[in-house]
Write a protein that binds this ligand. Structure first.
Ligand code: ADP
Ligand code: MG
Ligand code: MG
Ligand code: MG
Ligand code: MG
Ligand code: MG
Length: 683
């Protein structure tokens, strides 16, 4: 989440009057940034992760695991601790940062300063994550544990799932049947977001996940835990009037989605065009890594037939009106909008010749006046369209005190829209008055239970991003196929059950990589031509793909460029043509000077990715599903009871600390994070 402004948030009826004001000044702010920084170049690779935690409060007498709502106190404590460490420590030590998130039980942590491209920094990621976790853990109550778990299994289920208990009847912002007001971060921004999304939409959000039918799950499944006849808020009738679908798990509030935890990565690029190239390169990777990191099979106390959070979050902030959703003819609203403001990327952005216009093949509404304004200012068609598309949305939270800003030094109005377009990738312009360059954020991954896994996925993505740039890899497939992959990625056991569209030939004609490619399944990829000394660090500023002199033209049909592959094939290769992402990453590693012990550690991370992708290790989601289905108290009716949830949360903590083995989930060399901090002893 961005910086939290203070002031008076406007209710939707007021806020909407200022929507054009915010958009107009937001664009002015972007143009200031553009004018100052469009030619900025030479920025080094800096990168960082964001890890989100839910603080779970264990009641070992009642055998209940609940969400601790002490976020405010915890963050106050952590920030004073962090300040103390800062006062004592040498400048070179990076002191972690903790940030608030939507859920009042959530924390986010980031490294104190971004990692550089050094191999040493690459290897410090896991320890950095562990340090952050242990710092947080040390300053919680003895029965509280920060878990990196994507969706809390019993959020919104009957009984007590928060500590302390609150009644959903008081949910004045969301009007939820299931979640109390106190689930939400009390800072004015969050209840206002929640209420204004509901008001703008004209109803509560409605999320329906297919239930996982186990052998004793009633058919049809009509959820007995929905208070169908409650009559407190005007929207209470929605559930029975069709919002809650049979055979589905129904959720009706922002907290179900924004209360999930994820793992995000941000990379600084050399300059704006390299940022756009990398953004495009990572777009088709978004759904692939969502599938591989799948970690959320339980929702509101039930096993779902999906493994991921994505559609839940998309639905949880879907502020589109009925007209915008295409349910009514357009009358008061301006656009039909195919997706929620939280969804997969809509447009490729690069100006490289490899980005064929045919790849942007979906209907993408954009604000024509804003588009014209950007074009007149000299901004190219693609970037203008990207911004004009983000700006079809209304600003949802506006602070009265913040309406007038100095547009040359402030970007709050721009960020108001930019940072509430929650897409799989985010193209981040430099903030004014900072040293920060053009960045790209990779946002699709689910958080894993251990920092070993979180580090492994992070290291894999940063190395892949370098391979994309260094070897001028071409991953383009039509956006419509990326969208299809997003849907498939969330299906139960997608790793083993689904195929994904992927590009068959990932080498750019004319690039050095293409001319030397002969990767065979037995040798490591030889796409690196091997000339020149090895590099000592991961870097930025690679040469862009150049249109070959022989006038190579894109004469063939786009539909010949891709095919459906399994995740195993995407990661580990298919035939002689497609080397697989892992071999591309290894080829990139070959271009670096890395000492053997460091290489061994990196190979362990890649090994985790390999074993998850070929099915020899389970995804987190499958492991969790199996845990529930083999629990002695499980009745094979899809219900994840308080007792099962308690045992699951205990197991997750024990796995993280390495005191419980999970050989089907983690490699044998995983020895655990914070062994010394058992919570169960002596409580
Ligand atoms: P968000 O707006 O996505 O919540 P955060 O500030 O929480 O962003 O996290 C941003 C991440 O980017 C952190 O991991 C941070 O270390 C990293 N970061 C900070 N500065 C840079 C930079 N100049 N280039 C790349 N990454 C950076
Ligand atoms: Mg976050
Ligand atoms: Mg953040
Ligand atoms: Mg954030
Ligand atoms: Mg932020
Ligand atoms: Mg982020």
């Amino acid at each position: 989440m961005g910086l939290l402004s203070v002031g008076t948030p406007l209710p939707w009826t007021e806020a909407k009057k200022y929507a054009d004001h915010v958009r107009t000044h937001g664009i002015t702010q972007f143009l200031h940034i553009w004018d100052r920084l469009k030619d900025r170049s030479g920025d080094e690779l800096l990168w960082g992760d964001e890890v989100e935690y839910m603080v779970v409060s264990f009641d070992n007498q009642q055998k209940n695991a609940k969400l601790s709502l002490r976020q405010t106190e915890i963050l106050e404590k952590l920030s004073s601790i962090v300040d103390d460490i800062c006062a004592d420590c040498p400048d070179s030590v990076s002191v972690p940062r903790f940030h608030p998130e939507y859920g009042r039980y959530m924390l986010e942590s980031t490294p104190g300063s971004p990692y550089t491209g050094s191999i040493q920094d690459l290897l410090s990621v896991e320890n950095n994550m562990r340090y952050r976790r242990s710092l947080a853990r040390k300053h919680l109550n003895p029965n509280e544990v920060p878990l990196t778990f994507t969706s809390f299994p019993r959020l919104g289920a009957p009984g007590q799932f928060t500590e302390p208990y609150f009644d959903p009847a008081d949910a004045v912002s969301s009007h939820s049947l299931f979640l109390p007001e106190e689930i939400t971060n009390p800072h004015a921004r969050f209840p206002t977001l929640t209420a204004n999304i509901r008001s703008r939409r004209g109803s509560k959000v409605a999320i329906n996940l297919p239930i996982f039918f186990d052998k004793n799950t009633p058919r049809p499944f009509i959820d007995p835990t929905i208070p169908w006849d409650r009559n407190i808020y005007p929207e209470d009738h929605e559930a029975k009037d069709g919002a809650a679908l049979p055979d589905h798990i129904y959720m009706d509030a922002m907290g179900f989605g924004m209360g999930c935890c994820c793992l995000q990565l941000t990379f600084q690029s050399c300059n704006v065009s390299e940022a756009r190239r990398m953004y495009d390169g990572l777009i088709p990777i978004g759904p692939i890594l969502l599938a591989l990191s799948a970690a959320s099979p339980i929702w509101r106390g039930y096993l779902a037939d999906v493994d991921c959070r994505w559609n839940v979050i998309a639905g949880s902030v879907d502020c589109r009106t009925e007209e915008e959703r295409g349910l009514k003819p357009l009358k008061n609203d301006r656009f039909r909008i195919p997706k929620s403001r939280y969804d997969s990327v809509d447009l490729y952005l690069s100006e490289d010749w490899t980005n064929r216009p045919e790849y942007n093949d979906t209907y993408v509404p954009y604000d024509e006046a804003i588009f014209e304004r950007l074009r007149k200012h000299g901004i190219d068609d693609l970037l203008s369209k990207h911004i004009a598309h983000l700006f079809i949305r209304d600003p949802i939270v506006i602070f009265l005190e913040n309406l007038d800003q100095d547009n040359s030094t402030n970007s709050d109005h721009f960020e108001n829209l930019q940072s509430t377009n929650w897409q799989t990738l985010r193209f981040k312009p430099p903030p004014p008055n900072s040293e920060i360059g053009w960045r790209v954020e990779f946002r699709s991954m689910e958080v894993q239970m251990t920092d070993f896994e979180n580090a492994a996925f992070s290291v894999f993505v940063v190395l892949l991003s370098r391979a994309i740039l260094k070897f001028q890899l071409n991953f383009y497939i039509p956006i419509s196929k990326v969208d299809e992959n997003m849907a498939r990625a969330q299906q139960r056991d997608a790793v083993n059950e689904c195929k994904f569209y992927f590009r068959k030939d990932v080498y750019t004609p004319g690039s050095s990589a293409a001319s030397t490619r002969t990767p065979s399944p037995t040798s490591s990829c030889s796409c690196n031509s091997g000339t020149g000394p090895k590099e000592k660090k991961l870097r930025n500023c690679f040469s862009p793909p150049v249109l070959p002199e022989d006038g190579f033209v894109n004469g063939h049909s786009v539909s010949d460029e891709y095919e459906e592959m399994t995740l195993n094939e995407i990661f580990n290769g298919k035939g002689d043509q497609f080397p697989g992402l892992l071999r591309l990453v290894e080829a990139y590693l070959d271009t670096l000077e890395i000492e053997p012990t460091a290489l061994t550690k990196i190979q362990q991370y890649l090994d985790l990715v390999r074993r998850r992708s070929n099915g020899s290790l389970l995804t987190c989601a499958t492991w969790v599903r199996n845990f529930v289905r083999s629990h002695p108290a499980y009745k094979h009716d899809s219900v994840v009871s308080q007792e099962i949830n308690y045992d699951l949360m205990v197991a997750v903590d024990e796995i993280e600390r390495g005191v419980r083995k999970a050989p089907d989930l983690l490699p044998e060399y995983y020895t655990g994070g914070n062994k010394d901090q058992g919570h169960l002893d002596g409580i």
